[in-house]
Design a protein around this ligand. Structure first.
Ligand code: GLC
Length: 548
């Protein structure tokens, strides 16, 4: 396996089309987890018309685009990440006409729409896998997947020691004794990306959605399609601990980049700057940045930022390293704090009042950093992880791992309005996961009426971000600050129309109040601050933006 340092191709970066709007370099993109956003059909599950009905909310929030999680035909073994037909909509979520209406509605409000594409695996109910199951070993049907004979005298042992991300062996036996690979659930067989038919099929799928008008794709498991030649053993158990932190023969192989290069050519052949964003869990920021070399995808989620603890030196290190590695390939950094796969950051940062304080400060930090940012639905409401879902509701296949990383708690439906569950999520059946009664004060309606709410903070931060010439794409300059703080300024660059304007950001990630220089007028703070003559007293876990 070769996992050497990947060369940065910075010279190619400077040849990026001059004068292009490059909207994605500083876009704020809102992740809609369809199942849990808004239920228009009354079955307790969110759907596409539900998303459409709430587009004005997203426009008012002030984001630039939405990323909508999979709504394709699926048996829902992994809630839609097991796709049985990539060119049609699951009736649970709506119809193709609903996608068209949603895209048109979003575009009319100035919002772009990106959708998921899931290329590493299909559902085991996909027509291709059904054909592979029925066909003989060595057939063309089996060659679309990764199917092997087992080990041991009677082939009753899996072909190697790879483990599924969801726990247990990554291989399941077919009735005739061969084994198929599934890096996720057994209902998600891995495709064989050494097969030309697979490439052609996915190009067709991308074209289908691009022709329909989507503005790009979030590429699921973008680090997964290439496997090390010969499928070598990892050599140890407990591989879940290595995900995104160590080299593995089934993830982040150099050959995977060939797929992204081909897809970039395809995206570029369409007008309107359609983008690709990589969901790539790779061991270092440098290896993540490799997915955004000039001839690959446009963005890659910064999971090292997401997993950093709330601690000034750790945050500063990851910010510096991310900016350095992104700049080396000419790409924007892409900041993310939460998504549908991880514990919500209010809870990761300690939960309760303190977790919320930190999450609010983290929002100002994130939105002040150079590059693009993602907002996961509900983070703008300061929602915590729901840790006490009754056992009968736990549905996520990742529960099989048994290490407490099940993902239901971050997928609880959004509270929109009213005094009791389901808080306007839907008007019929109970939501597929129960919404805590305690979220009464966290609804969109309740927070809209409160200028001190987390929603009000996000709206104001996003408004300032759109209007202030120093925010968005560009660079930052660190300033010296007391221990436990992050202090930097953003400066408007030439051509922005606001030359010389500065935006300062101070974050107190320490446990005590600090006094920091803030030579300008305070613009927005995540908590109560006291300003006096060019300095500001920041309470613990509080951030401030100032203007100069
Ligand atoms: C990605 C998705 C996750 C899914 C997995 C398998 O990590 O974000 O939800 O379970 O891929 O498709």
């Amino acid at each position: 396996m070769t996992q050497d340092t990947l060369p940065a191709t910075a010279e190619a970066a400077s040849t990026a089309p001059a004068g292009a709007a490059r909207w994605w370099r500083d876009a704020v993109i809102y992740q809609v987890y369809v199942r849990s956003f808004a239920d228009s059909g009354g079955d307790g599950v969110g759907d596409l018309p539900g998303v459409r009905s709430r587009l004005p909310y997203l426009a008012e929030l002030g984001v630039d685009a939405l990323w909508i999680t999979p709504f394709y035909v699926s048996p829902m073994a992994d809630f839609g990440y097991d796709v049985a037909d990539h060119r049609d909509v699951d009736p649970l979520f709506g119809t193709i006409a609903d996608v068209r209406a949603l895209v048109a509605g979003a575009h009319a409000l100035g919002l772009r729409v990106i959708v998921d594409v899931v290329p590493n695996h299909t559902s085991d109910r996909h027509a291709w896998f059904e054909a592979a199951r029925a066909a003989a070993p060595g057939s063309a049907e089996r060659a679309r997947y990764i199917v092997r004979d087992g080990r041991g005298p009677d082939g009753s042992l899996p072909p190697n020691d790879w483990e599924s991300v969801f726990g247990g062996p990554a291989w399941t036996r077919l009735p005739d004794g061969q084994w198929y690979l599934h890096l996720f659930a057994s209902g998600q067989p891995d495709l064989n990306w050494e097969n030309a038919e697979v490439h052609a099929e996915f190009e067709g799928i991308l074209r289908f959605w691009l022709d329909l008008g989507v503005d790009g794709f979030r590429v699921d498991v973008a680090h997964g399609m290439a496997k090390a030649p010969g499928l070598p053993d990892v050599g140890r158990a407990g591989q879940a601990e290595m995900l995104g932190t160590a080299a593995l023969p089934y993830f982040d192989q150099d050959a995977v980049h060939d797929v992204h290069r081909a897809w970039r050519r395809l995206l570029d052949s369409y007008g309107g700057e359609r983008i690709g964003v990589a969901e790539a869990w790779a061991p270092t920021p440098e290896r993540i940045a490799a997915y955004t070399r000039p001839d690959e995808l446009h963005q890659a989620f910064n999971f090292h930022y997401l997993t950093a603890p709330w601690e000034a030196s750790a945050l500063r290190d990851v910010v510096e390293e991310s900016l350095r590695t992104a700049e080396a390939v000419g790409a924007p950094a892409t900041w993310v704090l939460s998504n549908h796969d991880v514990k919500r950051h209010v809870t990761r940062y300690g939960g309760g009042e303190r977790g919320l304080r930190r999450a609010r400060a983290a929002a100002l930090l994130t939105l002040a950093l150079p590059g693009s940012a993602y907002v996961y639905q509900g983070e703008e409401l300061g929602l915590p992880e729901v840790l006490d879902l009754p056992a009968e509701f736990l549905r996520d296949p990742q529960h099989l791992r048994g290490d407490g990383t099940g993902r239901d708690g971050c997928r609880v439906p959004l509270p929109w309005e009213g005094d009791e569950p389901p808080f306007g999520f839907g008007a019929g059946a109970a939501p597929w996961l129960p919404i805590p009664a305690g979220w009464r004060d966290l609804t969109v309606a309740a927070q809209s009426a409160d200028p001190g709410s987390t929603l009000a903070l996000y709206r104001e931060a996003l408004r300032i971000r759109r209007e202030h010439p120093a925010l968005g794409d560009g660079r930052l300059r660190w300033l010296p600050g007391p221990p436990g703080t992050l202090l930097f300024v953003r400066e408007a660059e030439g051509g922005s129309g606001g030359e010389g304007r500065l935006l300062g950001c101070a974050v107190n990630a320490s446990g005590r109040p600090v006094r920091v220089p803030a030579p300008g007028s305070p613009l927005l703070a995540s908590g109560p601050v006291r300003a006096d003559g060019g300095h500001v007293e920041l309470p613990p876990d509080t951030a401030l933006w100032w203007d100069a």
